[in-house]
Design a protein around this ligand. Sequence first.
Ligand code: SF4
Length: 336
Amino acid sequence: MACAGSPKAEEGIPDTVSPLADEGSCAHKVGELALISPAIKPHDLIGATFHNTVVTDDMADYVTEYIEYVDSISMERQIEVSLDIAAIDGRGTADAVITTHSQVHIIDLKYGRGRVEAEWNVQLMLYALGMLSKHPSHEFVLHIVQPRINNYSVWKIPAKDLRRWAETTLAEAVAKTMTPRPIRTPGEVQCRWCKAAPTCKALYDHTFEVLQGLFEADMTPDDTQRVLDNKALIEKFLKAVEENALKELIVGHPVQGYKLVAGRKARKWSPSAEREITSKLGDEAYTTKLKGIGDITKLLGKDFVADNTITPTPKLILAKEGDKRNRIDSIGFNAL
Ligand code: SF4
């Protein structure tokens, strides 16, 4: 919605499959199965493969946190709800929807590590619009669940405000996409998943504009801020170009100045290795690892886990001034 040109720019570009996208789809599948059938626990699915990705202990732990979050709102829910969104003449699928007598909760699992907020989240607001005709005077509660970065973002919007947003901001944005040459507006959020990013002139121009002129003299505080403000976008552009070039070479299209080569070779055990090794070493062939927090919670309960876990001091990271997290004052050079 932030880039009126993106629907046209993406036209005809097929969806690409990436290990990260597959990993997200796999986590969603585990969550869907566990929410639909409470008898199935994410940990029961460790080792199963969905979307070319094997369910790991960690994934089962994270999805368990998502399930517990959904359960904490209500056990009565709809899963993978297909929604008709007339305002954009499209459809969408909400991960989980819970309807109470006065509220509609729309819950979205995000398995990536890029932080997403619920406030003014267009994807969730569109899903809410898909529910609006059935619940014209409810309050809509939008939830983003990102267990891998411990982000549980919640935002509420009454039906009347949602309707007003659809009739003004959304309607204007949709109208802008319908013009013969809709304007492309690069930005971190909209370019992140745009299929046109590897070849988008507007994104290229924006990246070039940010970087040109730097280093004619030493960087000023303004230069530093400009680069940091655009870091994700510049990285996105460079990564998209690289991934696209690799894809072109893989399907046999030449890329000037580049070729395909084999990556670093990593050895792994052959299918018969386990039998051979255990015949020689027995139990010595294996190492043991403490079960994850999700597994131990299941076995010994939340109180036990609370008494036996610590939260290490987090690494210091940069955040924008407007970020909701508390500012940490300088800790002094010697502490670094
Ligand atoms: S890459 Fe960014 S600027 Fe270009 S069309 Fe997509 S969203 Fe718009």
